[in-house]
Every structure is written in C-alpha cells, then in structure tokens.
Ligand binder design. Structure first.
Ligand SMILES: [Cu+2]
Length: 123
C-alpha cells in the first residue's frame, strides 16, 4: 500500500518534470497544426460559398462572410502570437485563437447551409 503511494508520487513527479522540460517545445510544435485545421475550414467554407450569388440573398451572403472574416482575423492574431512569442503563454494563446478561428469557420459553413435549406430567406 505504502509502496504503491510512493510509486504513484514518483510517477507524478516524473510526469511533471517531463511536462516542464517538453512543455514549451510541444506547444510551439502544435501551433501550426491548429493553424492548418483553421485554414482548411476557412478554405472549405470559401469554396462552398463560390457561385452562391444566385442561390442566396445578398444579406445572407454578407452574414456568412462576416463570420468568415471573424475566422480570418482570429487566425491572423493566432499566427502573430506564435511568431512573436514572449513565452509558452503566447503559444497557448495562439492555439486558443486558432481553435476559435476554426469554430467561426465551421459556424459560417453551418450558417451557409442553413440559409441554403431556407432557400435564400433569412430565417
Ligand atoms: Cu506557437
């Protein structure tokens, strides 16, 4: 019993040490993957929006593009944090912003398909 607790503490200490030494590098390494995912979602929605002028109202198009603009701006902010980091915190912020950009791009796509189902009416 006592031995198990000691082993558990040792494992926890080893894990903590690994996180300390690998933390900054791992986060920095992960940022580009989050950027790529967000950019792919933006590109997909942009592609889906092509040729929609005849199938959607101008107002609906503008709202989908507003969400896409949010995604692009947030992704640009994420890249800035990653490229000019003060420390690990900025890489963490970069990942947070990239994931937020991914969310906006997906929401833009959802909104686009919602408007398509509503056949161009703002509902
Ligand atoms: Cu980074």
């Amino acid at each position: 019993m006592n031995q198990t607790i000691k082993l558990g503490r040792l494992a926890a200490a080893a894990t903590f040490a690994t996180v300390l030494f690998a933390g900054t590098g791992a986060l920095a390494f992960e940022c580009p993957q989050h950027f790529t995912a967000a950019q792919a979602a933006i590109d997909k929605t942009m592609a889906d929006m092509k040729g929609m002028k005849k199938m959607m109202s101008k107002d609906d198009m503008a709202l989908v593009h507003a969400l896409l603009d949010d995604a692009k701006m947030t992704l640009a902010g994420a890249k800035h944090n990653h490229e000019k980091p003060q420390g690990a915190y900025d890489h963490a912020r970069a990942i947070a912003k990239a994931d937020a950009a991914l969310g906006s791009a997906r929401a833009a796509d959802m909104l686009h398909f919602h408007y398509m189902k509503a056949s161009g009416t703002s509902q």
